[in-house]
Ligand binder design. Structure first.
Ligand code: ARG
Length: 585
């Protein structure tokens, strides 16, 4: 594995050293390099430096240009405007760099972090005995993409699926099952849909009895106590609910083409044993105080209506622990036992106050130190095409499986229409990859904290910023490579490049920088935007530069080389986002 320094990083380094050779006080100065339309790059950093040094910016810029020594890298560095630098790199530098990337397999020359940390990512956390909703879909999709990107940078990631598997509702469910033991007959428990419909049935039936029958309500309450005290029979039945739910979760995750590991499903209940200690420690340290019997943490800056402070409730007056206690205990586990350096929570933005309080409490307790970052990657609401929260026409929440099935079905129509030499089986297989990819991409291409419209028409459209567009771009390139017959992609650094080739090449070179930036900022949409631009630049390259009918054999090989590297970059980038790129479409 050979990592490749990007041209941008190279240009930046040479400029920085020319700057400090010209102005000793500019040793750490940032040349403020960015891609530009006029040339390949523009550097704006000299203006501020000149101001500071009371020098003439254009003169300073000219001196800097004289100090630049990098034979082969720069084709032209020109002072422009009040003291900008317009920088053009050589064609050879572009092709040489890309050739080094191409020689590096799937990593495409992207380096690994020098000092990788351990990121614990809390995502894909549905609730036991409940249907998953579109919010859970977002958490799963965003979390999975984030993980893909972080892994690629060399970060060690650990998943935690903090499923809602505890709470007083289990008293009712378990008591009902004790009184109606055949209701969860699990013969059909290989089918997720069946499992969920069993659970729904039990949920509805037990709710009905619970609401109508006081004596049952009392028995259910006692059952909660039995569950909390670890009564064997009660726990066994609780486990059946969890297992049945997992069958359902896994079926949805499989539809989503997403790998979820059983050892990473560590739900709320996993922290039960640690919660009394969490409470005791918080109280001893004075982080939490007793208030009306409950154990709570107050925050000066967090106030609700009437300017009353809103407390975080660690333990209720009746002694019960809830959501906050489990999250605080989870933090202790993730930092102290898993040695996390970053905690990431991909959870609905509507829970951001909860996390703000939990993080702050954990900081006060010393469980979160300066070495550990904690971040709630709060995502927005999924809206229907009409811009209102996503519901069926009857006003009910949409079942996730139905939604995914519909996406696949719509994708099948698109694939069938375009399909030339695909069998029906192949169409179905592609449809799954296109449909699920469309759902994921629509989610990932908007910045996570924004609401987004779930609009299947738009998602499977061939035009515009969709995964289908990217998948078609990929498949088209693969088809060209197949048609090349005998001619192999090969880099020819001596060739003069067309402007469209240079633009594509410079963008290809920026893949690693983009992944690192997107991973560091927890911003999958930046990678999505990069890939979309890559496909667009490829399209204009393809329009302007004949590949199979190139002027010379060398030019043909070099263009095939650009095609091949574009395909591989698209493939890898999409894979990081959890999206497949079929070879033929
Ligand atoms: N199960 C919760 C829900 O459906 C999300 C859990 C988020 N993770 C956490 N550590 N609190 O809303």
């Amino acid at each position: 594995m050979a990592s490749v320094t990007s041209l941008t990083a190279n240009v930046n380094a040479h400029l920085a050293s020319a700057l400090s050779a010209t102005l000793p006080e500019a040793t750490d100065a940032d040349p403020l390099l960015r891609r530009s339309d006029r040339a390949d790059y523009q550097a704006n950093g000299i203006l501020a430096l000149a101001k500071k040094a009371k020098a003439n910016p254009r003169e300073l810029a000219t001196q800097v240009v004289e100090k630049i020594t990098a034979p082969g890298l720069f084709k032209d560095v020109e002072v422009s405007g009040p003291g900008f630098l317009n920088i053009t790199v050589t064609d050879k530098a572009i092709i040489d760099t890309l050739a080094a990337r191409a020689a590096d397999g799937d990593r495409l020359g992207v380096p690994l972090k020098d000092q990788p940390g351990i990121s614990v990512i809390d995502y894909a956390q549905p609730n036991v005995a409940k249907e998953m909703h579109v919010g859970h879909l977002r958490s799963a999709v965003i979390g999975d993409a984030l993980r893909g990107m972080l892994d690629f940078t060399g970060e060690r990631t650990i998943g935690r699926h903090h499923i809602g598997d505890w709470g007083t509702q289990f008293g009712m469910l378990i008591q009902y099952l004790i009184e109606n033991p055949d209701e969860l007959s699990a013969e059909t428990d290989t089918d997720g849909e069946q499992a969920m419909s069993n659970l729904n049935r039990v949920y509805k039936a037990s709710r009905a009895v619970f609401d109508a029958d006081e004596a049952f309500k009392e028995r259910a309450r006692k059952r909660v106590v039995a569950l909390q005290s670890g009564d064997k029979e009660t726990l066994d039945l609780w486990q059946r609910f969890v297992d049945e739910s997992k069958v359902y979760f896994y079926s949805v995750f499989e539809k989503l083409d997403m790998e979820i590991r059983d050892d990473e499903i560590v739900g709320e209940s996993a922290y039960n044993d640690g919660m009394p200690e969490t409470a005791r420690l918080l109280e001893e340290m004075g982080v939490a105080v007793r208030s009306e019997g409950a154990l709570v943490v107050f925050f000066d800056e967090i106030r609700g209506k009437d300017d009353k402070p809103v407390p975080l409730i660690v333990q209720k007056a009746d002694g019960g622990f809830g959501y906050a206690a489990s999250d605080l205990t989870a933090i202790r586990n993730r930092v102290q036992d898993l040695h996390a350096t970053s905690l990431i929570y991909v959870v609905d933005v509507r829970q951001s106050l909860h996390f703000k309080m939990v993080f702050e409490a954990a900081r006060r307790a010393g469980w979160l130190t300066d070495e550990v970052t904690a971040h709630n990657m709060g995502y927005g609401t999924v809206l229907g095409a009409d811009g209102k929260p996503f519901k069926t026409r009857e006003g009910e929440t949409v079942r996730l499986e139905d939604l995914l099935d519909e996406a696949v079905q719509r994708a099948a129509e698109v694939v069938r229409e375009k399909a030339q030499d695909l069998t029906e089986d192949e169409i179905q297989e592609r449809a799954a990859q296109v449909g699920i990819g469309a759902v994921k991409y629509a989610d990932l291409s908007t910045s996570a904290n924004r609401d987004y419209k779930f609009d299947l028409d738009q998602m499977v459209s061939l035009n515009g910023d969709t995964s289908v567009y990217l998948q078609y771009a990929y498949a088209r390139i693969k088809s060209i490579l197949r048609k090349a017959e005998g001619a192999e992609p090969a880099a020819h650094p001596k060739l003069e490049l067309h402007a469209a080739e240079r633009a594509l090449g410079l963008h290809l070179d920026a893949f690693g920088d983009t992944v690192f930036e997107a991973a560091a900022e927890y911003a999958p949409h930046k990678l999505a935007a990069y890939l979309y631009q890559l496909a667009s630049l490829y399209t204009s390259f393809y329009d302007k530069c004949p590949v199979l009918k190139a002027d010379t054999e060398e030019q043909k090989e070099n263009r095939l080389f650009l095609c091949d590297l574009t395909a591989r970059t698209l493939h890898q980038g999409m894979a990081l986002l959890g999206i497949r790129t079929p070879e033929r479409l």
